[in-house]
Design a protein around this ligand. Structure first.
Ligand SMILES: O=C1O[C@H](COP(=O)(O)O)[C@@H](O)[C@H](O)[C@H]1O
Length: 261
């Protein structure tokens, strides 16, 4: 049986951010060693702001370098809206992080959705899957893409990516990317990485902060309840790490680990 998921708790977001940075850089170096680039997928919601705080901080040593030109950035889920729409996860990451990279920073490769297909969610998902196929080699030779890191959020209902509690998409076994047209959280039409792709990643990191998350973290870590985040924990074990602040895990009886790489 695999070892349990790592739960790292910090007094504040300010204390969490340097640890998240160290973890991402560790995954970056492993990815570069593995295949010369760092393939990472990111969520929307509250994640990009904390991620930006972590990654835009000045380096503290030579090894503490974000090698942006080696990054290939994908989206763990995306809403079927134009890229400059307030609901766009790409737009959020751009505003919070990409636009704030210091002038002259070598740019990452970023893979947004193809907005030509916004009116056809299945095609939007299929086209994004093709982006993965091209990046990770063909579907024929690769059963599932293996991201170096997935950076995920956890909604107050236990959803992650656009995988919602009790939704039939949780049973998807074939597609890498799937459409959802009845998301309980607006906007209703989205695409998402599927559970097999999420659990296949080399590493998965959740970031969840604030007291608003403590009830659902209790459910996820104590009972599971088939919640999407709990399914990711079960499918990844020790490959999965949660970066939370104390407010988000107050009253959660699951062993915290001191953060180390
Ligand atoms: O709708 C979404 O919500 C989740 C969670 O967001 P948060 O604000 O509670 O952190 C996010 O991870 C996902 O990417 C987004 O589309």
């Amino acid at each position: 049986m695999s070892k349990p998921t790592n739960l790292y708790s910090f007094p504040s977001v300010d204390a969490l951010a340097p640890a998240l940075r160290a973890y991402v850089i560790y995954c970056q170096e492993a990815g570069i060693t593995r295949h010369g680039v760092f393939k990472v997928a990111v969520s929307g919601g509250s994640l990009p702001k904390t991620l930006a705080q972590a990654l835009l901080a000045p380096p503290t040593s030579e090894n503490d370098t974000v090698k942006w030109d080696k990054w290939e950035i994908f989206f763990a889920d995306e809403r079927a809206v134009p890229l400059d729409h307030p609901d766009s996860n790409y737009g959020l990451l751009k505003a919070e992080l990409l636009d704030k990279l210091p002038a002259g920073t070598p740019q990452p490769v970023v893979h947004p959705i193809d907005v030509e297909y916004l009116d056809d969610p299945q095609e939007l998902a299929d086209q994004y899957e093709q982006v993965l196929v091209r990046s990770f080699a063909s579907r024929d030779s690769v059963k599932l893409p293996i991201f170096d890191l997935l950076l995920l959020g956890c909604g107050p209902d236990g959803h992650t990516c656009s995988l919602f509690p009790g939704h039939e998409l949780l049973r998807e076994t074939s597609a890498w990317v799937a459409p959802i047209e009845d998301s309980p959280k607006p906007p209703p039409v989205r695409i998402t990485l599927t559970l097999p792709v999420v659990t296949h990643a080399v590493k998965v990191a959740f970031v969840a902060t604030g007291a608003g998350k403590k009830e659902i973290l209790k459910d996820i870590f104590e009972e599971g309840k088939g919640l999407p985040c709990a399914l990711v924990n079960q499918g990844t074990g020790e490959r999965c790490s949660w970066f939370v602040d104390n407010a988000a895990v107050e009253g959660v009886s699951y062993p915290r680990r001191p953060f180390s790489l």
